[in-house]
Design a protein around this ligand. Sequence first.
Ligand SMILES: Cc1cn([C@H]2C[C@H](O)[C@@H](COP(=O)(O)OP(=O)(O)OP(=O)(O)O)O2)c(=O)[nH]c1=O
Length: 206
Amino acid sequence: MAQTEKLILASGSPRRVELLAQAGIEAARLMPMDIDETPKRSEHPRSLARRLSTGKAQAALAAIKGDPAHAGSYILAADTVVSVGRRILPKTEMVDEASSALHLLSGRSHRVFTGVCLITPDRTVRQKVIDTKVRFKRLSTTDIEHYLASGQWRGKAGGYAIQGIAGSFVVKLVGSYTNVVGLPLYETLTLLSGEGFDVHAGWADA
Ligand SMILES: Cc1cn([C@H]2C[C@H](O)[C@@H](COP(=O)(O)OP(=O)(O)OP(=O)(O)O)O2)c(=O)[nH]c1=O
């Protein structure tokens, strides 16, 4: 894929790589950043998404500091947070966490916030948080049991992945679908092109 500017994606999420590729953008380098993602006491989900996406981008910037190979690179990072009201749901690693999250999401609306942070070659930091409102059907015990057995909740904010089986739980979605999967494409490409990144350079080869 021909890409004029170099883009570092400060992420280990295969979803984010795939979403960028879907939009015709290939990251020159993937840099998963292991930062502390613990919410602060009574932190708003929007603030958490902002803080963590910026933290991942800043950590990647610190890691490439002084490396001439990355002097002209853009750095992109994101963080997705699911909340019911002000309650932040964890990125589920254990089955009981996923079970509680699904019981909470059943038959009601929740919000998905994705923070996107872009650091430009001149090291300007640009940040946005996008939110999507999602309403789930009422989940039966059988739905939840079988969904837990699928394992599709593992490592996902809020204990589900809309791009899989859980897409069938969605009664209504208001806002960006790709935001829920982990990277809001319209807003990310707008941010990149606004900072001089040629978003069209790889489209012929996408
Ligand atoms: C709600 C939802 C989340 N997710 C994923 C997106 C993110 O990968 C994950 C939320 O965790 P994040 O901490 O945002 O990202 P991550 O740790 O997976 O990756 P990174 O290296 O970029 O920090 O949940 C889905 O894939 N589908 C969904 O429907």
